[in-house]
Design a protein around this ligand. Structure first.
Ligand code: ADP
Ligand code: MG
Length: 640
């Protein structure tokens, strides 16, 4: 799926001047408006030159000093003058070729534009040449070209950006901010090309360093670290002629802006409101209100189905089949984040500060090979192999006796077996209820063998149900679970169009004109959850039945709220409308802050497990938080 490019070694084309026709076709834009733009152009050149390693170093946000060094094809000495000229490119010759551009740069204006406003030194050597060359260009004047001893590849050093363009200089932000823009550019580079090892150094510190092993996982790790990678869901599939691969961060990984959504189409980073909303729609119930899912998604599709040249800086895109692309992305992401049950991925609670470093390659290997339940274990072990072992021992022996023995274990299924044995050894006390996991019709291989006891310990603050499950202490938000169960129930009801509960006397609710109209438009949808409402005179409606799970007292408030929601969302799809109605309905069905009897608690937990509910409430809050025994043991200093 990742393009390995283009103009490597012997296939380097000679540099030619574009014809006037082509020049006319290419909108000459402002190429370098800030350091990050220069970095982007230079790195794209490196990629076009087939580099497998690119280092970017900046100082003072890049305006003082920036360097891009690659191990690509190098620039032949006879071409170096031409490279600095406007509209000189080795990548495009005819106007027809414009239509099928596979290389990143093709306008032939980046080097010329950068050199025009900075002091540039280019050191380069092509494969097979004994020596390289060094060219110095200041303010667009080629000052010197000389022989130089240098490694194969190309290094551009750009100093004093905008030294002769005071207005531009004035518009630059603080170095820290400019460095942030450069980091953004590099983040997208890293995520777009897992096959290339990138390094970003800012004021002497390494900001990013990607493995370049070709695995998207490693690239995501380089940007987001292990914790985020672990919590992200893998997306993989194809629909409507496109292939989608990548990761989506929901729940705790949701972010408060879209800046952590990265889309790549045929390897090229692009912004797309269409794709963002497809992902957001798929994750709607799985991120908290006001948060956006994070994502790294690669879309591969036929070149002729996308127009990437609609915007001069090549960041925006137009699709031939917008609806098809949008629904494919939405469906594939939704499939990817669907869970088998809420216990599968509780939100981990970490009590101890230290986080052990992890090797991304391990993650990759195990994630691909192991079924989901094991993966969690692998991660835990990976986080601290000693801890898992110590945890096992702590469970098997009296605590005071032993010190943990640091044996490094690398084999996941083994750890799984050990942990399971431990879990089964512990017998629940007689007074504690054990709710066995329900056997599914089509059990996943790892579920068949497992019937793990769950001890319900009680509740805290009339809000959280405490459960001992395997080697974890689970905390379940009773109201969130209740809400989720109701939501699911209503959803089923909606889809089977079952009737609501008939009211003995119709309830009159006064509504505005506007509300009346909205009601009329959505009558059918409301009826599908059991809400039947008739107009009653000018300013009222009469409610004849309400959804089963909802009592009469909530009716009025619900009606107003859902009408508000619907009025706001005229452009909503049928799916969004359904979801809005259902969410509002079940919110009104749930009562807060109340003490539940042991029976009710057990019933909630059992249903949660048996129905394998989505692990968040309809608004995206988590249902289950887990605290591992290891974390507790560490906190109590039983283990290090
Ligand atoms: P474009 O990338 O649009 O062709 P540029 O001004 O960015 O235009 O670069 C001009 C030419 O210089 C490129 O076509 C390429 O031949 C050469 N060049 C620039 N950077 C590199 C590099 N890092 N390695 C090899 N060749 C390069
Ligand atoms: Mg270029």
């Amino acid at each position: 799926m990742f393009r390995t490019t283009q103009l490597r070694g012997e296939t380097v084309n000679r540099i030619l001047r574009l014809s006037d026709e082509v020049i006319g076709k290419i909108a000459a834009g402002e190429v370098v408006e800030r350091p990050s733009a220069a970095v982007k152009e230079l790195v794209e050149n490196s990629l076009d030159a087939g580099a497998s390693a690119v280092t970017v170093e900046i100082r003072g946000g890049g305006a003082d000093y920036l360097r891009v060094t690659d191990n690509g094809s190098g620039i032949p000495s006879q071409d170096i003058r031409m490279a600095f000229e406007r509209h000189a490119t080795s990548k495009l010759v005819t106007a027809q070729q414009l239509a099928s551009v596979a290389t990143l740069g093709f306008r032939g204006e980046a080097l010329a534009s950068i050199a025009a406003v900075a002091r540039v030194t280019c050191t380069t050597r092509t494969a097979g040449n004994e020596t390289g060359i060094r060219a110095v260009n200041e303010g667009g004047q080629l000052l010197s070209v000389s022989e130089a001893a240098c490694p194969e590849g190309t290094s551009f050093v750009v100093r004093d950006l905008f030294f002769n363009a005071p207005v531009r200089l004035k518009f630059l932000k603080k170095p820290g901010t400019e460095a942030g823009y450069v980091a953004d550019v590099m983040m997208r580079m890293i995520l777009s090309r897992p096959d290339v090892s990138f390094r970003l150094i800012s004021d002497g510190k390494t900001v990013y360093h990607s493995a370049g092993d070709g695995k998207l996982e490693s690239a995501v790790f380089a940007i987001y670290g292990s914790e985020m990678l672990r919590s992200m869901r893998k997306v993989e599939g194809n629909e409507n002629g496109l292939v989608l691969k990548g990761y989506v961060g929901i729940g705790e990984s949701g972010r408060s802006s879209r800046s952590n959504q990265s889309f790549f189409i045929n390897g090229r980073y692009l912004r797309s409101p269409l794709l963002s909303s497809a992902v957001e729609e798929a994750c709607r119930e799985r991120v908290m209100i006001g948060k956006y899912p994070a994502c790294v998604l690669h879309i591969t599709m036929p070149y002729e189905q996308v127009d990437v040249n609609v915007h001069p800086n090549k960041l925006e895109v137009r699709f031939a089949n917008e609806a098809g692309v949008s629904s494919a992305v939405e469906n594939l992401v939704r499939d990817a984040i669907r869970d088998r049950d809420a216990l599968e991925r509780p939100v981990p609670m970490i009590l101890t500060e230290e986080a052990a470093p992890k090797a991304p390659s391990v993650v990759t290997k195990d994630r691909e090979a192991a079924p989901v339940a094991q993966v969690q274990r692998v991660f835990r072990e990976e986080a601290s192999p000693k801890a898992v072992l110590a945890e096992t021992e702590a469970a098997q022996q009296p605590a005071e006796e032993k010190a943990p023995i640091p044996i490094v274990r690398s084999d996941a299924p083994q750890a799984e077996t050990v942990a399971r044995t431990v879990a089964l050894r512990e017998e629940p006390a007689a007074w504690q209820a054990a709710a066995p996991l329900a056997a599914e019709q089509e059990p996943m291989p790892f579920l068949k063998e497992e019937k793990k006891p769950m001890k319900i310990i009680g509740t805290a603050f009339n809000t959280y149900i405490l459960i001992e499950y395997e080697n974890q202490l689970l905390m379940v938000d009773q109201h969130a679970v209740h809400e989720r169960l109701l939501f699911d129930e209503m959803m089923r009801r909606y889809d089977t169009q079952s009737a609501g509960q008939q009211l003995l006397f119709p309830l009159l609710v006064s509504v505005t004109r506007r509300e009346q109209q909205v009601l009329e438009e959505n009558r059918e949808s409301l009826e599908r959850i059991g809400f039947s409402v008739e107009p009653f005179g000018e300013a009222e409606v009469s409610v004849h039945s309400v959804p089963m799970v909802m009592g009469e007292p909530q009716t009025k408030a619900f009606l107003h709220e859902v009408l508000d929601q619907l009025a706001e969302s005229r452009a909503y799809t049928a799916e969004k409308r359904r979801s809005a109605i259902l969410q509002t309905a079940c919110k009104h069905a749930v009562k807060g802050g109340e003490a539940l009897s042991e029976d009710v608690l057990r019933d909630l937990v059992t249903r949660m497990v048996e129905q394998r509910v989505t692990p968040t409430c309809p608004h995206g809050r988590p249902l289950v938080v887990s605290l591992t025994r290891t974390e507790l043991d560490k906190k109590f200093r039983r283990i290090q």
